[in-house]
Design a protein around this ligand. Sequence first.
Ligand code: DC
Length: 337
Amino acid sequence: MVIIRGATTIQEDTKSCISYAVKRLLDAVFNENHLQKEEIDGFLFSLTSDIHSYHPAKAARESGYDFAPLFAAVEPNIDGGLPLCIRLMLFTNRTDKKNVKHIYQEGAKALRKDISEIYNIALDGPAGSGKSTVAKALARDYNILYLDTGAMYRACGLKALRLGINPKDGIGVEKMLPDLNVTVEYRDGTQHTILDGEDVSSAIRENAVSMAASDISTHQAVRIKMVELQREIAKSMSCVLDGRDIGTAVLPDARYKFYVTADSKVRAIRRFNELSARGQQVDFEQLHAEIVARDKQDSEREFSPLMQADDAIVIDTSNMQIDEVVQAVKAAIQAKI
Ligand code: DC
């Protein structure tokens, strides 16, 4: 079941204001979500206790929304609550939660900016800082998309390695670009990275691809191509993106920005455990040296280097459990809503 939320406020407590507001809200919910009657299991309204003149369920029925059970209840009177407010929960038999549009109108727009408008969360930081784990948790909890931008550069690096092109060689890489086709697809909420039609989601996680990704991401032409796709996705739906330059270059206007970092030794331990769990054998000291080298290259490159945006909230995860990081990020988002 997918529940679609909506809310609106009325100017005055009169029958005509209530009827107009309920019809306008329901029309928008149905139109924006392309809903059909058969998809609706029920309507649940709530109204603030300062509304007495008419029943929202009755108003809905009179506007033609009479094909599923309707129910309305009065909310308790809460100090500081939005006055003259009507809220809706629409129960549907849909299963795809990703493309739901919740509708907030009039004064109720202020209530849930987090779900009523498209918004982006930018998580930047060095390798192993924990940003991808946090991003996945946020995407799951907020029911929004997770876009792993590092995976896209990894796919570019993989292609160069496969073709025997040195990812540092700008001329060789530029020649490869017209035939480079990186896209992302989502299956059961998980990103699959597609390189020239092939699902390379596992192949790009090989340790050798990490440095190739860092090398190839230094070229401006590669970045322009990847950033175009990232912006395209981010403007079409709410999503959390993790990378190096999201808050500074890809989406400088992202509503929420975080810079997630950690001590390089801690990050090397995390990567070591991650790779070991996947059966990849690596030498710890070498892995640490690679991470430090990658940090340096990602931070010192000319185009869109890894950098903390001025308006990003910095979170050092060296001594934090992942749950604590997720809670800290969510608390900061909540404080800004
Ligand atoms: O996050 P990751 O380890 O999967 O990223 C691999 C490389 O891709 C990273 O070393 C630098 C590059 N990258 C980038 O330049 N910009 C991004 N937004 C994401 C990753």
